[in-house]
Design a protein around this ligand. Structure first.
Ligand code: GLY
Length: 400
């Protein structure tokens, strides 16, 4: 089936009508080049795009912008049984003229819905009581609007609920049971349990190993829980990158419209109600439509303390390249990490935080405190096609 930039995306089609495999790089470039041209000319631009008031996204064309989508590496790994990853889907939709935020959310929906991804959405690792609680935020640069949900239960795609908060309320953040009620009132299906067999088994094993002591001396508890977690990583039961997990995905189109989305099941085995950085504007995500976007994965507490995505965007506002702005945030996290329970034998942070950053010209970077082995890549999609690129680390080695 030839690729058509205005046809429904293949992952939205019934299984029988999906393409068997992803397109070749040549097909991909041809299709998105056509789509990019289409996005800049009237006839193929979606009606909703044309209906926007003058000055709204889709009206300007800034030829000096290189459209790009960046995300955490899971954005170019999971396909949920379809043919395309998050970044491929988001880039194609963006290039055919769809709203950038809609494109990014359609991308992360693939990851949220994939039961094999245990750090996001359906099948995300649950909290200490075995309940999957999800966080998400969205930001729309051109519209200067945002929405988020924290500790929501029963909805596989919290990013869409975050978008509903943005579009249908006067608020930026709705949390807990009431986030579920809000979602139900907005027409979302609420499920009793978002665990998969895999996430439930992993939780049961954690229970067995840790005999949780959540409210004892915090230092003893931290050390005990860290040891349990690392033993489960060593035994191959938990992916090291999924302890905090998360996907962040940011994009800029040829018009210079910048948006971002972050979505996660948060820290595995967290105390119920714990909310990380993902749904907090300025922490797990920050977008300024005239400057750029930044979002994170990794230990949310470290990022929350410094609101580092906002810090990164502010550094870019003052002229820094995405890489240097991101490394500045990593330096801030290292500087703020002084508690011994959070330091390794070298006196450095014993956790990781990653940032995915782009500016209004389409320059981008992936940075982190550490970039060891499998955790050392981030996903990029632009005119050269989808790929993984190396993360720039602040520190050598790993967090251990
Ligand atoms: N960064 C994801 C979390 O800490 O929940």
């Amino acid at each position: 089936m030839p690729y058509c930039p205005i046809a429904p995306l293949p992952h939205m089609l019934p299984r029988g009508r999906q393409m068997r495999n992803g397109m070749s790089r040549r097909d991909f470039m041809a299709s998105t080049a056509v789509a990019g041209l289409a996005a800049a000319t009237e006839p193929l631009v979606a009606a909703s795009y044309r209906e926007r008031p003058v000055g709204a996204p889709g009206v300007r064309v800034q030829s000096n912008v290189r459209p790009v989508v960046v995300s955490s590496a899971n954005g170019h790994r999971f396909r949920n049984g379809g043919t395309k990853t998050c970044i491929e889907t988001a880039y194609e939709m963006m290039m055919r003229g769809d709203d950038v935020l809609d494109a990014l959310i359609a991308g992360v929906n693939i990851v949220e819905l994939d039961p094999a991804e245990s750090s996001v959405g359906y099948g995300g690792l649950p909290n200490a009581e075995g309940v999957v609680q999800l966080d998400s935020s969205v930001m729309h640069g051109p519209k200067k609007r945002a929405g988020a949900v924290g500790a929501i239960e029963g909805v596989r795609t919290p990013s869409l609920v975050a978008k509903a908060v943005m579009e249908s309320t006067d608020h930026h953040l709705i949390v807990g049971k009431d986030a579920g009620t809000f979602a139900r009132n907005m027409g979302f299906t609420i499920e009793d349990d978002l665990n998969t067999d895999r996430s439930r088994k992993a939780w049961l094993e954690w229970k067995r190993r840790s005999d949780p002591v959540h409210y004892l001396d915090p230092n003893r508890k931290e050390a005990a829980l860290r040891e349990v977690m690392l033993s489960m990583v060593d035994d191959g039961l938990v992916d090291e990158n999924h302890i905090y997990g998360t996907i962040n995905c940011n994009g800029v189109n040829a018009n210079g419209d910048i948006c971002g989305v972050t979505t996660t099941s948060g820290l595995a085995w967290k105390i119920p109600g714990r909310v990380g950085d993902s749904p907090i504007l300025g922490a797990g995500l920050y977008v300024d439509g005239t400057v750029g976007a930044a979002g994170s994965t990794g230990r949310g507490e470290a990022n929350l303390f410094g609101l580092c995505s906002m810090l990164i965007v502010e550094e870019m506002r003052h002229g820094k390249h995405p890489k240097d702005a991101g490394l500045e945030a990593c330096r801030r996290i290292q500087h703020n990490t002084i508690e011994s329970r959070l330091l390794n034998d070298r006196g450095l942070p014993n956790f990781n935080v990653n940032f995915y950053v782009l500016n209004a010209k389409g320059d981008y970077a992936g940075v982190a405190l550490y970039a060891p082995g499998a955790g050392s890549r981030f996903a990029v999609c632009d005119e050269k096609g989808p790929r993984l690129e190396s993360i720039e680390p602040l520190l050598e080695g790993s967090s251990r």
